[in-house]
Design a protein around this ligand. Sequence first.
Ligand SMILES: [Zn+2]
Ligand SMILES: [Zn+2]
Length: 269
Amino acid sequence: MAMRRVLALSRRRVLPLLADAILPADCLACGRPLRVEHRLGACLECWARLRPLLPPLCLSCGLPAPRDSDLLGPAGGRCAACVLDPPPHGGARAAVAYDDDARRFLLAAKLSGRRRLLEPLGEQLAAAVRASGLAEGCTLVVPVPAHPWRRLARGYDPAGDLARVAASRLGLPLGTRFLARRILAAPAAKRLPAVRRAKAAAAAFRALRPTRGERVLLVDDVMTTGSTAAACAIALVRAGAVEVRVAVWARTLPGSPAGPRGRRPDRRL
Ligand SMILES: [Zn+2]
Ligand SMILES: [Zn+2]
């Protein structure tokens, strides 16, 4: 009887203490105290503030169509920028816009050690890919490899976690050993057109094994200028891939401070 009382007491007292120790106490985005049911680090209001990227989107770069673009016309669903300067991949899709709210989620997942957060973010990425049909015909999911030093410092690879969740939800094999990032690589000149910049940046990545005949779904956490994804796509195609498509969790939008026009890649990540 006494033992039963001790057990009941420990369940009431110890479990909440354990939960408090394991679970974050404040919302990672707004800082308000979390109730225990908000197990993934953010309050429901902050989750709801993430902005999904919904059609009409350019089939090539995945950006929302500018008002003056003609996605149904002869451009074949591509925006004017992609017609003039086509990216070396077969299409890109993002789950959400990379704004201040999305940035807080990603920083928490990448810099504050809240690795579990990558699971729902990966689910969002997989849902966006499924809704767009981007993965149709794909045979392999490959994450953009982290810089070896960052991976060492962090102990995990956020894009790798997102790719694992996406591969599992989409029912595709995951290939974590197809691409590597060179430790020392010269930065690509920023004034070059996208394709030439990507070709120069492609030197930063090398294929570790052939991708002959594969149609690759390349996964990354965030896309700013798109040059990293383009560089990986070029490296994978050189290794034999038929096509590379790009899925990211968040995408900077034109006109935003960190967007493609502003060209301010996020160096803290
Ligand atoms: Zn919040
Ligand atoms: Zn486009």
